[in-house]
Design a protein around this ligand. Structure first.
Ligand code: HEC
Length: 126
């Protein structure tokens, strides 16, 4: 009797541990950690709020170079890119390679999981 209740307690603990591991998010959307680390010096996700770089509000699905009042480079303006998740992933890994001549002074985010987090965050905040 005693040993079976101990093993039942162990099983309950194991199930609880698996449950915790499977759900790292706290239900409040993708983390802004990587965006803050890499992007927020120059960008916001708020509409109409440009910094050194243009506002990234609504960036997923938006055509490049379309924030009014922001002085883009010709490379960006003439790129004809529509930013989707796949293009953002390639751009953010190496901005100069994807869009030669663009004026975003940024070496890129080399870690794929950080790029994924950044794109998910931008998408969730639009
Ligand atoms: C040092 C400042 C700086 C940092 C850091 C920076 N950017 Fe930029 N970003 C810019 C500038 C300036 C432009 C405009 C580029 C141009 O006109 O060629 C730009 C353009 C962009 C564009 C194209 C916007 C459009 O309207 O076409 C995207 C998307 C973008 N940045 C995403 C990011 C993300 C995501 C990060 C973080 C991983 C980041 N940037 C980090 C300065 C920065």
């Amino acid at each position: 009797m005693r040993s079976s209740s101990v093993s039942r307690a162990l099983m309950v603990m194991a199930v609880a541990a698996i449950g915790l591991g499977a759900s790292p998010a706290r239900g409040d959307g993708p983390s802004d950690k990587s965006f803050k680390k890499h992007c927020s010096a120059c960008h916001t996700v708020e509409k109409g709020k440009n910094k050194i770089g243009p506002s990234l509000a609504g960036i997923v699905g938006r055509k490049a170079g379309t924030i009014e009042g922001f002085k883009y480079s010709d490379a960006n303006l003439k790129s004809d890119v529509v930013w989707d998740e796949a293009k953002l992933d390639i751009y953010l890994e190496d901005p100069k390679k994807f869009m030669p001549g663009n004026k975003m002074v940024f070496p890129g985010v080399k870690k794929a999981d950080e790029r994924k987090e950044i794109i998910a965050y931008m998408k969730s905040s639009q």
